[in-house]
Unconditional design. Structure first.
Length: 182
């Protein structure tokens, strides 16, 4: 069963990539991060987070979707000291990968958000609305596709909406309100 202990054993991005990634993987992840640009409204929202959120991300250093999406969480954590991001390799943690299957498959990335005191808040993955919209545009000629810039902006907006939802759940939690006296 998945627990906060798994988050506590997960790795920061640099350690995850040096352990599980190749030089080419690290270059691709760095390129992904260089393309993440938050707009002022997003940084304002992230700066307003008051509850700590622990993000455990099941990923693969080799995975294109991970190198595109996971750097978004790194940018979020740079803006908000309330976000702590850690990674587990899907292939090295098969029991966790089995528990975090999406639609019956071993997809990545999958994000599990934990509260500051170790309770699971939610699970998300493997792509957001924007990611699936982009894929649909490649499959159906009449489906409105997205250019790369809109696609990358959309991923950040989608993931921020999910994290805002988690943050609001934590802010409104009676247990945490009692703990923090608010």
């Amino acid at each position: 069963m998945l627990s906060f202990a798994h988050f506590e054993r997960a790795l920061p991005l640099s350690e995850f990539l040096s352990t599980f990634g190749t030089v080419e993987d690290r270059v691709r992840w760095d390129a992904g991060k260089s393309r993440v640009h938050l707009i002022p409204e997003q940084t304002t929202s992230l700066s307003g987070f008051t509850r700590r959120m622990n993000l455990m991300i099941l990923a693969g250093a080799w995975c294109h979707d991970c190198s595109t999406q996971c750097p978004i969480f790194e940018r979020f954590a740079e803006v908000s000291p309330k976000i702590l991001v850690r990674y587990l390799d899907r292939d090295a943690h098969t029991e966790i990968a089995e528990e975090l299957k999406v639609n019956g498959g071993g997809r990545v990335p999958v994000i599990v958000v934990y509260s500051e005191d170790g309770f699971e808040v939610c699970r998300m993955g493997d792509r957001t609305h924007t990611g699936y919209r982009k894929l649909m545009g490649t499959l159906l000629p009449d489906f409105q596709s997205l250019d790369r810039e809109a696609w990358e902006r959309g991923f950040a907006a989608d993931w921020l909406r999910e994290l805002e939802r988690s943050q609001w759940m934590l802010r409104l939690s009676p247990r945490l309100k009692r703990l923090h006296g608010d």
